[in-house]
Design a protein around this ligand. Sequence first.
Ligand SMILES: *[C@@H]1O[C@H](CO)[C@@H](O)[C@H](O)[C@H]1NC(C)=O
Ligand SMILES: *[C@@H]1O[C@H](CO)[C@@H](O)[C@H](O)[C@H]1NC(C)=O
Ligand SMILES: *[C@@H]1O[C@H](CO)[C@@H](O)[C@H](O)[C@H]1NC(C)=O
Ligand SMILES: *[C@@H]1O[C@H](CO)[C@@H](O)[C@H](O)[C@H]1NC(C)=O
Ligand SMILES: *[C@@H]1O[C@H](CO)[C@@H](O)[C@H](O)[C@H]1NC(C)=O
Ligand SMILES: *[C@@H]1O[C@H](CO)[C@@H](O)[C@H](O)[C@H]1NC(C)=O
Length: 398
Amino acid sequence: MFPLSIRTCVQTLVIVALFSLSLAFDRKISSELNPGCESEKCSSDSTTLVHVQAIGSHDTVHQIWDFTKGIPTVIFAITGMAANLSIGWHGSQPDRFNWTEKPKYSFAVIFDKLYEYNDLKDVGYMTPDAPQHSYSLEDMEWSRTHVLFSDEEAELELKGRWGRHSEPRKDGFIGVKLDMLPYTDYALDLPHLVHSANSTLLDLALVGLGTRPGYNSSRFAWSTTVISTDAGAPSLDLTTRRSLDDEHTPGVFEIVELRTAESVSRGAGGFLQYRPVAYTSRGRGVASSTPAHHAPLNTTSIPAHSTASIYYDGKMARAQALVVSFGEPADGFYAKSNYTAWSLTVGYGVPPVEGFSLFVIIIISIGLGVPVLLALSGIVYVIARRRRNGARRFDNED
Ligand SMILES: *[C@@H]1O[C@H](CO)[C@@H](O)[C@H](O)[C@H]1NC(C)=O
Ligand SMILES: *[C@@H]1O[C@H](CO)[C@@H](O)[C@H](O)[C@H]1NC(C)=O
Ligand SMILES: *[C@@H]1O[C@H](CO)[C@@H](O)[C@H](O)[C@H]1NC(C)=O
Ligand SMILES: *[C@@H]1O[C@H](CO)[C@@H](O)[C@H](O)[C@H]1NC(C)=O
Ligand SMILES: *[C@@H]1O[C@H](CO)[C@@H](O)[C@H](O)[C@H]1NC(C)=O
Ligand SMILES: *[C@@H]1O[C@H](CO)[C@@H](O)[C@H](O)[C@H]1NC(C)=O
């Protein structure tokens, strides 16, 4: 399209511009691992509860990232600036969440189940008549593989395996990555979701899981449970919207958003946002992308042995499950790659809307600007010429 050097040049400019913009943080973030836990186990890689605080000018967004009870859990709580959280522990598991000030709003997203279904008709998504099995994540054992906590980022990576006495899946693991920034940016990896100081980016990878005996057409599906405390408890709003362009996610023009009633009505609730795409290799690209399908929402309950059930104990909370499955006909099923990675963002407020990037704006401006400039200079030239000619004619007549 354009000579490579111009494109590189413009992209460098854009990156420099974005970088300088990004230095103005929207919130001040700080993160703490296993706060208040005195058990010896809390200093090992196998106990992970992170409290992230993002202090803004009017409020603080607290996040609790918990893996202590197997189920990956992200709890959001919005408080005033001075609220403190203290967590009580029973051994290496939290048993009490105490706030010095009642949070204004709270919601949570938990990944409590993984479905495996035998897609005999090879349709790509989970149908009620397909043989299926659900694995609870309660029995998972998580170990941290990477931690980065600074005032510019909170990043956490874990590997989860099923315990010795549960499911017969010995080889594989589930990889989870959480990433939070104090400013708005596109994720580095495809599908380049937008995340902000009010949200967290999550990557979930199913790596080498092996398939169920008797299933020859296995695919997997995540069950994501959203717990909301919105007044009146109307149900979650699930929409798929067309996006402006596929500049950030080639070939994917849709964005799926799940919002609580408070997010829809006042822009002050919880949301979940993703592109309906997953990747079947670590090197994410168009060639390794596969569709992600969702089923209609289903009302469910908060799993009894979960950190969410402790957090929402005695509160009016409702839980709804979103099941997202991956694959397309004739792709060779999960076993073709033994890898499926899916990304989403979970946040507070209004889901971000993608704008055109500076690069596209510059290209559009050049595209529109050059013809306009040419036309204008043409007009100016003609007018100037007429004037000169007119003047000369006048001179001659004189
Ligand atoms: C919260 O903690 C900070 C620092 O530990 C302390 O200065 C402040 O007084 C605490 N706030 C409340 C309401 O307890
Ligand atoms: C938690 O809160 C209760 C009452 O709200 C209080 O009695 C208790 O001491 C608090 N516990 C901690 C560890 O702060
Ligand atoms: C984050 O939330 C605050 C309100 O708590 C809002 O004013 C702000 O615009 C939000 N930022 C983004 C990037 O959504
Ligand atoms: C899977 O097994 C069923 C019979 O149980 C068979 O009809 C089907 O063709 C098999 N599919 C594949 C992809 O091997
Ligand atoms: C939704 O809930 C109903 C009633 O509990 C249940 O019969 C149905 O199987 C559920 N659907 C899914 C996809 O879990
Ligand atoms: C995926 O795993 C299955 C069984 O564990 C194995 O037979 C298959 O060759 C693997 N596929 C790839 C692409 O590694």
